[in-house]
Design a binder for this molecule. Structure first.
Ligand SMILES: Nc1ncnc2c1ncn2[C@@H]1O[C@H](COP(=O)(O)OP(=O)(O)OP(=O)(O)O)[C@@H](O)[C@H]1O
Length: 306
């Protein structure tokens, strides 16, 4: 079975500006694949290339085994796309826009569309120009899903959504994925990657930094240590040296308390802490945010390919 998405050596320059450089990525059918990176990393460029909206400077991109031609092609009927910013004809109502979108596909299940509208609490009677940012986003999500696409490409789907609607969106995404839809999901919200995605790719400055199962990211083995020394004493240099630069940061509102990101083995951590007079100590697993910050900060882990 061909990969849902196969990107080989993709490079895109806009004049002299780098969009992405020598990017390799493969997404299997059935995955929920997260795509994340700082502003300007090249996420939207990659997505637009997948849709044939941007022509690569070099390299190749294929979807379900078919090379993506410029401007897309008939197979785009299998793809649903939510751009990061949706723009619609302002005087059409939400209903008219969904009817228009549904008209591009054969056999749209109207009951399914009505369910989506209800679950996302969308009022279709009003002209789109009166929609809030979040309502535009909801309309974009429904429009991307009207035809139950085989591949769903979402660029920042949850920005502008309130927490309840975001939770409903995630429930919908899990359901369509369970029914067979592959999801390619670009986001800055790392917690969403953690909750939703099977694998994640991180890019920075146009280059791939890491691709890994979400539960298995390098750095997941780190420990987050929060400690307070007796009498609020400063952290001993010897401890920091032994823990290999754990980047201590004072915990706001808690004088004398520090938060450390420790990559040393647990045994070494315990041994290093043993002689230190502690008043308080917690040792926990890193959130995905800690993992990413560490990866983005470590220069030698950045430029090389995994
Ligand atoms: N149409 C364009 N013309 C010129 N430069 C562009 C164009 N689109 C993107 N770029 C540049 O390409 C680089 C990658 O941008 P891109 O929008 O792909 O990043 P991104 O990861 O989606 O960023 P963000 O998270 O801010 O949306 C940036 O330096 C951006 O300025």
């Amino acid at each position: 079975m061909p990969a849902a998405i196969e990107i080989r050596g993709l490079t895109k320059y806009y004049g002299r500006t780098r969009g992405v450089e020598d990017l390799d990525l493969e997404v299997e059918e059935g995955e929920i694949f997260g795509f994340t990176g700082p502003n300007g990393a090249g996420k939207t460029t990659t997505i637009r290339t997948l849709l044939g909206l941007v022509r690569p400077t070099s390299g190749s991109v294929s979807v379900f085994g078919r090379p993506v031609p410029r401007g897309g092609g008939p197979w785009l009927a299998e793809v649903g796309y939510l751009p990061s910013e949706v723009a619609y004809y302002p005087d059409m109502t939400g209903q008219e826009l969904l009817d228009y979108a549904a008209g591009f596909y054969r056999g749209v299940d109207r009951r399914w569309v009505a369910q989506l509208v209800e679950r996302l609490q969308l009022d279709l009677s009003r002209p789109v120009r009166t929609y809030s940012l979040g309502n535009r986003k909801k309309l974009g999500i429904v429009q991307a899903l009207v035809h139950r696409p085989r591949l769903l490409i979402l660029d920042e789907p949850s920005s502008g959504l309130d927490p309840l609607i975001r939770a409903e969106l995630f429930a919908i995404l899990r359901e369509v994925n369970a029914a067979g839809t592959t999801i390619f999901f670009s986001t800055h919200v790392l917690d969403e990657v953690d909750r939703l995605c099977h694998r994640v790719a991180m890019i920075r400055a146009g280059r791939l930094l890491q691709v890994a199962p979400v539960d298995d990211l390098p750095g997941r083995h780190m420990k987050i240590v929060t400690l307070r020394l007796a009498g609020g004493a400063p952290l001993p240099e010897a401890l920091l040296a032994r823990l290999g630069d754990p980047r201590p940061e004072p915990v706001p509102g808690k004088p004398g308390t520090y938060r450390l990101v420790v990559r040393a083995p647990v045994q070494e951590l315990v041994a290093a802490l043993a002689p230190v007079p502690l008043e308080d100590l917690t040792i926990g697993d890193p959130g995905i945010e800690d993992v990413f910050l560490t990866l983005y900060r470590v220069p030698d882990a950045v430029e090389g390919r995994p």
